[in-house]
Ligand binder design. Structure first.
Ligand SMILES: NC(=O)c1ccc[n+]([C@@H]2O[C@H](COP(=O)([O-])OP(=O)(O)OC[C@H]3O[C@@H](n4cnc5c(N)ncnc54)[C@H](OP(=O)(O)O)[C@@H]3O)[C@@H](O)[C@H]2O)c1
Length: 290
């Protein structure tokens, strides 16, 4: 079977290619990127991977890249027009003769008072309307974002965020996204299904305790005002729509919204194993904080 990963250079794209390549036997993997050279550098040690150029912004080129592919994963670019780009990718896949799609989406899809919820509602509706069998894998915040706090863990012994320290929430690691997507791409019976994948719940106090163990020193979680968090994200290069969107998610966590809690987790349904906990995730990346 030939399986394409469109947007293979992103963190979830890389994780998906690696999870597919680890299967025995590995399928034929077509890694599609805006830059085939970048993809080749990432996957040079994986013999089952062929890297080709293709992007949603060039539907004709993407159609060519996907010709001969049976199943495709469509990653979402981190752009304000991602709904349109995802729909354009799906249309190119359909025109190329791809028979089935797996599409990355977000846990808040359909939360129309949030920017990301609206974007992905539009994306899912547009893809579904094309009539190809499709599986949506909806993700909450990535646990990998915690690694972005390594600098202040090292300099101040602290992590900063606007959310309350004692509210449990559920994220997911991008490695687990890759495993779940690989399972949806290669398994049977996933057509027409929407899966939400989540790690076990943890609070920021739990995360600080896990990071303290990893760093070998006490690390505090410091709650900061929402405006300061927005400013910090913009300082790190986030466009304002994205910084505001992330804080909409943080407000949902603060309010105890079930979208980041509850027990509607499909990771085990897809993969047959449990999603990585925050403690195990931090332990696996301990070197980043030391
Ligand atoms: N961070 C979180 O907590 C979180 C949680 C849930 C969902 N998400 C969203 O999930 C999606 C996937 O996440 P990710 O971490 O895999 O994303 P990512 O690492 O930012 O990569 C996404 C892919 O999009 C491509 N891309 C970037 N700009 C593009 C453009 N203008 N046109 C076409 N392609 C473009 C990148 O290709 P190049 O290598 O060529 O740049 C990359 O292959 C993103 O939309 C992200 O915002 C994020």
């Amino acid at each position: 079977m030939s399986i394409a990963v469109v947007g293979c250079t992103g963190s979830t794209g890389v994780a998906t290619v690696k999870a597919l390549a680890a299967l025995s036997p590995a399928p034929e993997i077509v890694a599609v990127a805006r830059s085939a050279a970048k993809a080749t550098e990432l996957f040079s040690d994986l013999p089952s991977v062929t890297c080709v150029e293709g992007a949603a912004t060039d539907p004709r080129g993407l159609r060519k890249a996907l010709t001969g592919v049976e199943v495709a994963f469509l990653n979402a670019p981190p752009t304000e027009d991602r709904a349109e780009l995802i729909i354009a990718s799906a249309a190119a896949a359909k025109a190329a003769g791809v028979q089935r799609l797996v599409v990355l989406s977000v846990a808040t899809c359909g939360y129309v008072r949030t920017c990301f919820g609206k974007q992905f509602l539009k994306a899912e509706a547009g893809v579904t309307s094309l009539g190809l069998p499709v599986t949506y894998v909806r993700c909450p915040l990535f646990l990998d974002n915690i690694l972005g706090q390594a600098g202040t863990v090292q300099s101040d012994g602290a992590m900063y965020g606007p959310t309350k320290p004692d509210v449990p929430w559920r994220g997911v690691s991008t490695d687990d996204v890759g495993k779940a997507v690989a399972a949806a791409l290669t398994g049977a019976g996933h057509e027409g299904k929407t899966y939400k994948i989540m790690s076990p719940p943890a609070t920021w106090m739990d995360i600080a305790a896990a990071v303290s163990d990893a760093a070998g020193k006490e690390v505090k979680y410091v709650q900061v005002p929402y405006d300061a968090a927005t400013e910090a994200m913009i300082g790190m290069g986030f466009p304002s729509w994205q910084a505001d969107g992330v804080n909409e998610l943080n407000h949902l966590i603060d309010s105890g919204d079930p979208v980041f809690g509850g027990d509607d987790d499909d990771f085990a349904t897809l993969t047959g194993s449990s999603a990585t906990s925050v403690a195990d995730f931090v332990k696996a990346h301990a070197g980043v904080f030391a």
